[in-house]
Design a protein around this ligand. Structure first.
Ligand SMILES: N[C@@H](CCC(=O)N[C@@H](CS)C(=O)NCC(=O)O)C(=O)O
Length: 256
């Protein structure tokens, strides 16, 4: 589980549920949806990723990679969105967001792992098609980032995105291929069941619907996946989608 010991000791004093998150961040949407589904009160610490509010010594003292989201629950710091939502569901069990059936539960966890393992491909597609130029760092911003960031994959990603040529065609082609295969898999599953892990809405759906939202905003070609369309419409009807997704993403950035 994604519990970390922060070097920024201030957060260990926080009481209740505190979420460090970004409005448009798909990983943050997962946690907000889970909190809304459970009706849990939480305190928002919003970080604007466009102005690199996450790239500060204070925030790296909370999340060692400087990413959102981070949940702090009574001073316990948890990172990695899929671990956070799993933690929330284990800790606050009503209403449950995992199937009662053990096989379906394993299926739910497998969908969550698939999303976590492929996050870099979502990021690549989104940066290449939508926000990469806006998020490019200047030389001095890259130098400041190198001072804080210890993760090689993130250093390489942001350096490549900030280069004159931007993210390479090879990187984008690979990510597009992986994402198409993932959504083809979702589509097959959803041709047989209403929800990803079976007959009940679960953390698997909460994990994947923000990826649909983010990629759709970046004009990912979803036309081939009719069952995915039906599923995202069903998720959109949930009040948690309005509160956790639509209320946080600027209207001009969200596509239907
Ligand atoms: N595996 C992490 C990924 C977190 C992540 O990449 N968050 C993005 C927003 S969705 C972020 O903070 N990006 C800022 C950056 O790359 O500097 C999780 O699931 O929480």
């Amino acid at each position: 589980m994604g519990v970390v010991t922060p070097t920024n000791k201030d957060v260990e004093q926080l009481e209740g549920l505190h979420l460090y998150h970004g409005g448009q961040s798909n990983c943050s949407m997962r946690v907000r949806m889970t909190l809304e589904e459970k009706g849990l009160p939480w305190t928002s610490h919003h970080l604007d990723l466009r102005t690199a509010e996450n790239v500060t010594p204070e925030y790296f003292g909370i999340h060692p990679k400087g990413l959102v989201p981070t949940l702090v629950h009574d001073g316990i710091v948890i990172i990695e969105s899929t671990d956070i939502i799993d933690y929330l569901d284990e800790t606050f069990q009503h209403p449950p967001l995992r199937p009662a059936d053990e096989t379906e539960q394993q299926k739910m966890l497998a969908w969550m792992r698939l999303a976590a393992d492929n996050h870099i491909h979502v990021k690549t597609y989104m940066f290449a098609h939508q926000i990469g130029k806006r998020m490019a760092k200047t030389e001095s911003q890259l130098a400041a980032y190198r001072e804080l960031q210890r993760n090689e994959e993130l250093l390489a990603f942001h350096a490549e995105n900030s280069s004159a040529a931007g993210l390479s065609r090879e990187r984008l082609a690979k990510s597009t291929e992986v994402l198409k295969a993932c959504f083809a898999r979702l589509d097959r599953e959803l041709s047989e069941h209403k929800w990803l892990a079976g007959d009940s809405f679960s953390l698997a759906d909460i994990t994947w619907v923000p990826l649909y939202v983010t990629l759709n905003n970046a004009k990912f070609p979803f036309d081939a996946y009719s069952n995915v369309f039906r599923w995202k419409d069903a998720v959109r009807e949930r009040p948690s989608f309005q509160k956790a997704v639509l209320d946080w993403v600027p209207k001009d950035l969200i596509r239907d």
